[in-house]
Design a protein around this ligand. Sequence first.
Ligand code: 5RP
Length: 236
Amino acid sequence: MTGELSPIDKAKFVAAKRAVDFVEDGMKVGLGTGSTAAWMVRCLGERVREEGLRIKGVPTSARTAMLAREVGIDVISLDQARWLDVTIDGADEFDGEFNLIKGGGGALLQEKIVATASDRMIVITDASKEVETLGAFPLPVEVIPFGWQTSKALLEELLISLDVMGRETTLRMNGAVAYVTDEGNHILDLHLNRIGNARQLAMALNQIPGVVENGLFMDICDTVVIGYGDGRVETR
Ligand code: 5RP
């Protein structure tokens, strides 16, 4: 499954492999999105095929759903599952309290809904994603296409009123056209540098008309599994 991996892919792989040890027979599992989560889906698929592990997987994107089916995981919707035992997903940044920035891969809305509907959320990551203060990674905010420029202007006003350091907001593009999420929305990336009060910002962002969700995951993740390029793994 792995072949010769670069140190970064090795770090992602070993974190993913360790995290799937938390999955037990009969569990309903939220399946994250992104390159690290893709390793986790492959590792889970291996357990399904080789150990006969019986699980139901709830994917957080069309891409993950396709991969999960390919590797033999029984895929169901969140509405069928209602509540999940665990969600395993990647992150773009995590801090010392396990608060996260997610959405670099554009799937933050389904990811947040699925993680919130789980008994626990395990983040799998390489060490480069650890930060003291969230915000160096651009914060993704999902907005509906209708009037997105108005939402962007309101968002910029909010950043000024909260005295956030960086205030540039950019529409995420897919080549020459605006990026479209699985839910048919657009993403505004907020280049903030440093988020002093992430809790306040997360709540304020979702008050803006047109904003569907933001990529700050506060108090959702309880475990972080960090992989290293030399094959070491640390669980916190
Ligand atoms: C997708 C996400 C991803 O989990 C995040 O972007 C990390 O991705 P990767 O594992 O590829 O670095 O939030 O919306």
